[in-house]
Design a protein around this ligand. Structure first.
Ligand code: SF4
Ligand code: SF4
Length: 108
């Protein structure tokens, strides 16, 4: 089972930033621009993630419970490239009181 569907910790831990064009429909971007804010000339961030009490505005539900990203199909490359089981994932889960994931090792 995909552990992310009952987690969401990373979406409420880190600043989620990416190149502005990903949120510009005229440049082929998919992320709804109204859910982002400009943080530098080149970068935007998901609203809600550029603050101490961090939680992405696109996140719906309860961390560690029934949770979903309401723009899942339109999410940024930053979100797509984040991998369950990597160090940052485990850090986010620990911050929200969730257990470490047991990721099976794939033989080379
Ligand atoms: S913290 Fe890890 S397990 Fe949780 S939603 Fe993010 S990638 Fe998935
Ligand atoms: S856009 Fe979706 S996947 Fe990306 S941080 Fe927000 S809730 Fe998480």
């Amino acid at each position: 089972m995909n552990p992310c569907i009952t987690c969401g910790a990373c979406c409420a831990t880190f600043r989620v930033s990416f190149y502005w064009a990903e949120a510009d429909p005229f440049a082929g971007g998919t992320v709804p621009p109204e859910l982002t804010e400009q943080i530098s000339p080149a970068l935007v961030a998901m609203r809600g993630t550029n603050q101490t009490d961090c939680r992405c505005v696109a996140l719906e539900g309860e961390i560690g419970g029934d949770i979903r990203c309401r723009i899942y199909e339109q999410r940024s490359s930053t979100c797509r490239e984040f991998e369950a089981g990597e160090e940052s994932c485990l850090r986010a889960r620990r911050k929200h009181g969730l257990s470490d994931l047991l990721i099976p090792t794939v033989a080379a």
